[in-house]
Design a protein around this ligand. Sequence first.
Ligand code: SAM
Length: 253
Amino acid sequence: MDNAYGSLASWVYHVDKPIGRSFGDIEFYLSRLKGIGGPILEPAVGNGRFLIPLLEAGHVVHGFDASPHMLEVCKKEVSRRNLPDNVSKKNFEDFVYSEKFSAVVMPAGSIQLIKSPIACLDFLKRLKVCLSETGKVILDIDSLSFMLDYGPESRMWSLGEDMLTLTESRVKTSYLHQTTVSQLRYEHWSSGNLVSSELEVFSLRFWGVFEFKSLLHEAGFNDVSVTLDYKRPFSMSDSDATLGEVITFEASS
Ligand SMILES: C[S@@+](CC[C@H](N)C(=O)[O-])C[C@H]1O[C@@H](n2cnc3c(N)ncnc32)[C@H](O)[C@@H]1O
C-alpha cells in the first residue's frame, strides 16, 4: 500500500515533527479558528503534532488516520496529557461521522496523499457532508515547485545509541497527472548495527492554485480564499504575487 506510514516511518515522523512543532501552521490555523465553538475534525491526524495544540487551546477536536502506528503514537501523547481521545482509525476513502463539525482542518499537505482527482473530489464532497451549515474547511497544499525537487535525499536522527535514517529517492514524476512516486527507505541502527528497515512507496498529487480552487467549488464549497506561506493573502488577479511554498485554502460549506 502507498503512503502506509509503518512503524519506522511513524517513529521518524514523531522524532522529526514532535507534538507542537510548527511550520507557522499551528499559529495560523489557531487564529483562523478563533470564535469556533463547535467540534473540529482533522483527517490524517498523524502523531498528533497539530491536533494536540488545538486540544490544549480548548477546542474539541476529532481526528482519524489510516496508519495504526501513527494512531498508537497519537493516542499515547493524548493520554499522557490527559486530553480527550477522539482519535480513530478511518480512511480518506470511506470515513463517516454522524456528528456535524464546525471546521475541518488539514495541514501539512495531507490532501496530496490522495492521488486521483476523482477520489479527491469525492473526499471533499464527503468532508462537506460532515460540516455544519456554517462550517468551514482550512487545508494546505505544497507549491508545484516541490514536483521539480528531485532527491535522492538522506537524513538521520541520533538518539543516544540508536540512529534513525531516511533515504528518499524519486522513482517517477508524471507532469501529465501531476503526481510523484518516491521510495522512502527507513532504517533503525543501534551501535552501528542495522536493527530493522522499512521501505515505503510515497505518492503525492500536486495541484495548481486555480485548479484546486475550482475543485473546492465543484465539491460545493463557497467563499474560497487563499493565503501563501501563512502570511500573504493571494488573489488570482494579483499578477505581482510570488510563489509561496505552502498554499492554504479556506472555504465555507
Ligand atoms: C503528513 S502526515 C500528517 C500528520 C498531521 N496531520 C500533521 O500535520 O503533522 C500524513 C498522515 O496521513 C495519513 N494517511 C495516509 N493515507 C491515508 C488515508 N488513505 N486515509 C487516512 N489517513 C491517511 C498517514 O498515516 C499520516 O499519518
